[in-house]
Ligand binder design. Structure first.
Ligand SMILES: [Zn+2]
Length: 282
């Protein structure tokens, strides 16, 4: 799933290369990804329209195709947005393709066919699951420590990994950066929010901003095409069995609410009694 650093990079690219372009033709291969909340078909509604704006809302990419028409994408777990140039092939499983007036194509590819493309009238977002339920935008000045603290108090019975990963609270942190944030803050993923002391809560808040800034810089520096997920810089995510870059302890993987989480048991010690001593598990 593309996360905030990926999405900001994608948005910047789209703003530079797609906004201003007109859609000459539409090819739909997998109608299962389409959600059209109007009379006309996806193809006929989009054909001839120009991309006017591109904005983000949590995991959603919202394009304005006219003053009254929006195309909103949620790439979900495996969806990719590709800007295909003449001579290139679609990246993976093509769901739909928009031919633009510079002869390039904007493709949505997703082998899992879980990505969604919503075509809707501007402002009518009630039918888009989770679109209006996004929490406070992470990088917004309104996301102060006081606000974060009160959110923590409201969700104090949650495990910290679940809390920071909840898009209706903070918009938004995905699995990869959630692991990196907790590693940076030195907090065990299963710690309950109410168990965090004032210092730890402050550290968590600071790590969210610092890790996101670091991620944005790394994705920017990698300068990959927008369909490539840049994850080489991850310190613990998907690094089970590798040495922790800080202390050398072997990185562990564990399930939290059905999701894989990665952490260093030395840098992120459990603050409560658990049934497993992670330092003794191989
Ligand atoms: Zn460590």
């Amino acid at each position: 799933m593309p996360e905030l650093p990926d999405l900001l990079y994608i948005q910047k690219y789209l703003h530079k290369n797609i906004v201003g372009r007109t859609v000459l033709d539409v090819q739909v291969k997998q109608p299962i990804v389409l959600r059209v909340s109007m009379e006309s078909s996806f193809e006929s509604a989009i054909r001839g329209k120009a991309f006017q704006r591109c904005e983000l809302n949590g995991p959603f990419i919202r394009f304005e195709l006219s003053d009254t028409l929006d195309l909103i994408l949620n790439l979900m777990l495996a969806g990719k947005l590709q800007h295909q140039h003449p001579g290139e092939k679609p990246e993976g499983y093509l769901c739909f393709s928009l031919l633009l007036d510079d002869r390039t194509k904007l493709n949505l590819c997703d082998e899992q066919k879980m990505a969604k493309a919503y075509l809707t009238r501007s402002g009518e977002y009630g039918g888009i699951p989770k679109y209006l339920q996004q929490g406070i935008p992470l990088l917004d000045p309104a996301c102060t420590f006081d606000v974060f603290q009160s959110l923590g108090a409201k969700h104090s019975r949650k495990q910290v990994r679940v809390f920071i990963n909840d898009h209706t609270v903070l918009s938004s942190i995905g699995n990869a950066y959630a692991d990196e944030i907790l590693f940076d803050a030195g907090i065990h993923p299963k710690t309950f929010v109410y168990k965090l002391n004032a210092d730890e809560l402050r550290r968590l808040y600071d790590s969210i901003a610092a890790v996101m800034k670091w991620g944005i810089e790394k994705v920017e520096a990698a300068a990959q095409p927008i369909h490539v997920k840049v994850r080489d810089h991850m310190k613990v995510r998907n690094r089970k069995g590798e040495p922790c870059p800080r202390c050398g302890t072997t990185i562990r993987r564990e399930g939290v609410r059905g999701f894989d989480v990665f952490f260093c048991p030395t840098c992120q010690p459990a603050s409560r009694k658990t049934f497993i001593d992670w330092n003794k598990v191989n």
